[in-house]
Design a protein around this ligand. Structure first.
Ligand code: ADP
Ligand code: MG
Length: 325
């Protein structure tokens, strides 16, 4: 369905070319150029989003534009980096202008809100599915970025925001949970409009030790911190910030969503116990709730203590594109 006969270059200049901020060379030349502040390192990360795998084909294009950038900004947040700019690769099966206009709106709105202008990209036709590739660039303070390998024994483990809603929305849309329009209305925003915790990540530099963003499930992503840092962890299930919209769901579905659910884009981080007050202060300043959910242990492994004081059995696994079994 061709809505018009715009050329590749028309589409780029209509939807993706924006005046670049002063000092940057944006869309229109062979490369974008941006300065890097003294004493900083360029932080860069890329994420692919593929139709049918990362999003439903009929997803609201404005939400998709937002989320394509949000998942990348979440990686900058997890390093404590400040956004500089981003590039967008699009492989489009068709050139529907209403679709592109809405997608670009969602993308640019978040780019503007987070100071991460679109400064380049590539646009091509795809023979089948829609593929979106976003790469972000940020500035991280040299030697002080938040790394996965920096957790220390005795650290408190924190998570921002609330957990579980995105997973429930996904399962409702995928037909893995019985249809429930009210529950979908209450959880869908978490799945489609994640808010990358960019301000919180930057505020945690010099306060937190290790950090990661929860994209594949809390236990799996925390597991990356544990293995990189050669430590273990004990979590309290009672302490988890469970999304209020999950009330009324069977406990097993809640547990799966909270501990194993992906697409969360909250930050999980560790900080020394004497930083407890400071963590809550910088989080309040960044406008994000944070919850202490456990601590780092010398013993390797990850234990979640249930309401009965006993370690929970058969913990959910997170998402893996290439599971071994
Ligand atoms: P080249 O042939 O050198 O790769 P293109 O014709 O692909 O250049 O792109 C022209 C300009 O438009 C470049 O500055 C490129 O970065 C930009 N551009 C192309 N597609 C996009 C897009 N989807 N979003 C933002 N900028 C884009
Ligand atoms: Mg090109």
């Amino acid at each position: 369905m061709e809505a018009s006969v715009a050329s590749e270059f028309d589409l780029i200049s209509r939807y993706f070319k924006r005046p670049a901020p002063a000092g940057l060379l944006g869309v229109g030349d062979d490369c974008a150029l941006f300065p890097v502040p003294a004493g900083m390192r360029v932080a860069t990360s890329t994420d692919l989003l593929i139709e049918g795998r990362h999003f439903f084909p009929d997803v609201d294009p404005k939400a998709l534009g937002h989320k394509s950038l949000a998942v990348n900004l979440s990686d900058l947040a997890a390093m404590g980096a400040q956004p500089i700019g981003c590039v967008l690769g699009l492989a489009l099966p068709r050139a529907s202008e209403p679709w592109l206009a809405a997608f670009a709106q969602g993308f640019h709105d978040l780019a503007d809100a987070q100071g991460c202008p679109l400064i380049g990209g590539d646009t091509t036709r795809s023979p089948h599915d829609l593929v979106i590739s976003v790469t972000v660039f940020g500035a991280a303070p040299a030697g002080r970025a938040l790394h996965r390998d920096a957790a220390q024994v005795g650290d408190q483990i924190w998570v921002s925001g609330a957990l579980g809603a995105a997973d429930v929305a996904y399962r409702l849309l995928a037909g893995q949970l019985p249809a429930d329009a009210m529950l979908l209305a209450a959880t869908r925003r978490a799945l489609e409009w994640p808010e990358p915790r960019v301000a919180l990540g930057q505020a945690l530099v010099d306060v937190a030790h290790a950090a990661i963003d929860v994209s594949d499930g809390l236990l799996q992503d925390l597991g990356h911190i544990l293995s990189a840092s050669h430590v273990g962890a004990q979590l309290q299930y009672d302490a988890m910030p469970i999304a209020p919209s999950l009330q009324g769901l069977p406990p097993t579905a809640v547990r799966q969503a909270v501990l194993g659910g992906g697409d969360v884009y909250e930050l999980c981080f560790t900080a020394a116990p004497d930083q407890h007050v400071r963590v809550t202060e910088v989080a309040a300043h960044a406008g994000v709730s944070v919850t202490a959910i456990g601590h780092i242990t010398q013993d390797p492994g990850l234990i979640v203590v249930g309401a009965d004081g006993q370690p929970m059995r058969s913990l959910p696994r997170g998402f893996d594109h290439f599971p071994v079994s």
